[in-house]
Design a protein around this ligand. Structure first.
Ligand code: GLY
Length: 392
């Protein structure tokens, strides 16, 4: 608790010199303990043997998911972040409760989502406890993820579904799963994991991006010869549009790959993606994007708070790596200020246990439009944690 109060003080002091994102963070932090304890209660009640993590809310109730769902690691991740911020064992115990049901995912080679599921949950469990059991689970997870890499394509295959539509689909989101591989290379000394991650990032840099540094959602490859067959979308407005969360995954992904490799080309790429995002004429002044930068009825389109939260967290990271640090920090401060305003931040009691309102999962599928989404909350907390570290 002492550590928690210290953080409040640090941020408060920081607010004297920066803009009032810090003031919003202070207010949020004062409330976070009770807000997230309510979430823990609500989600624990909704939990069953099969349905282990919260994803969203629909028809006035919480939607819980199986460990296989790509979002299953985010709530445990939030609880580990609360433990890191407070040092309070309550959060460690609850984080552990929500982490352990995911263990079998270490064998799940049917999707690329291993990093989302396991690095957000077990990755933080390991970081906070150093327990060898967690390390072994993560190493097996990396091993399983690596089985989806095809050296001819130079990418990890993302999805197996829609086999009639795609031969070897790689989605921009996949950049996020590389962090697990960099970690595994360091832990095991096996450079294969690192080489796969770098090759995937290079291939994606070459094929996923347009001249203006916006990116496609899905690039489909011929797995026999590695040629690009199609570039299209799944969750965006159109094949040529810029799906907001995809741009945010790209930004976060390349900042992280630069942090892990120190290879300048990845920094330059992350900076270009940031410029596309931040200078876009359709980005509102408050800096939380609509669900697609090219959505047809702007400004009468739903927001995607998750894209804003991911981008904010990415920009704080990028601010520590780039000569444009001030610019990125200011933009991220604005994003946080908006997300922490009543326009986006809810009372968890009135939002089915979630922190943020106004995210969009997949508008083309008429799915999860203008709803709370657990990954928006996760990246919000991560962004706040990064902001606090910058203020120390
Ligand atoms: N990774 C899936 C999504 O962003 O919706």
């Amino acid at each position: 608790m002492k550590q928690f109060l210290l953080f409040i003080l640090i941020v408060f002091l920081g607010s004297c010199s920066s803009n009032n994102a810090s003031t919003s963070i202070n207010a949020f932090i004062k409330n976070a303990d009770s807000a997230l304890k309510y979430s823990v209660e609500a989600f624990s009640q909704a939990k069953t043997n099969d349905l282990v993590s919260p994803r969203t809310a629909e028809n006035n109730s919480i939607v819980m998911v199986k460990p296989q769902d790509w979002t299953s690691g985010f709530f445990p991740g939030e609880l580990w972040i609360m433990y890191e911020l407070t040092g309070n064992d309550y959060w460690k115990a609850k984080a552990t409760d929500f982490t352990l049901p995911l263990e079998n995912e270490k064998w799940n080679g049917k999707t690329h989502d291993m990093g989302f599921k396991m690095f957000c949950s077990y990755g933080k469990a390991w970081k906070n406890t150093n327990e060898q059991a967690y390390q072994s689970i993560l190493i097996q997870s990396a091993k399983t993820l690596a089985t989806r890499f095809n050296p001819t394509v130079g990418c990890i295959r993302s999805w197996d579904h829609n086999a009639d539509k795609w031969d070897y689909p790689v989605i921009i989101d996949n950049m996020m799963n590389l962090e697990l591989l960099f970690w595994a290379a360091r832990e095991t000394g096996n450079q294969l994991y690192r080489n796969i991650a770098i090759t995937h990032a290079e291939t994606t840099m070459k094929n996923h991006f347009r001249d203006d540094y916006s990116c496609y959602h899905v690039v489909d490859y011929n797995p026999a010869n590695g040629e690009v067959e199609n570039k299209n979308t799944h969750q965006g407005y159109s094949h040529e549009s810029a799906w907001s969360r995809g741009q945010a995954w790209a930004l976060y992904g390349y900042a992280m790959v630069f942090r892990e490799t120190g290879m300048k080309k990845f920094l330059l790429h992350a900076e270009k993606i940031a410029a596309y995002f931040l200078n876009h004429p359709n980005l509102p002044e408050h800096k939380i994007p609509y669900w697609d930068f090219d959505a047809p009825q702007l400004p009468n389109e739903p927001y995607d708070a998750s894209a804003g939260a991911i981008a904010a967290s990415a920009l704080y990271e990028l601010s520590t790596l780039s000569a444009n640090g001030d610019l990125y920090q200011k933009a991220a401060d604005q994003m946080l200020k908006t997300l922490l305003s009543p326009d986006f931040l809810a009372d968890t009691k009135n939002n089915h246990g979630f922190l943020l309102k106004h995210s969009t999962g997949s508008k083309p599928h008429q799915s999860e439009i203008d709803v709370p989404l657990v990954y928006a909350d996760y990246y919000l907390l991560e962004a706040i944690q990064r902001k606090i570290k910058l203020s120390e």
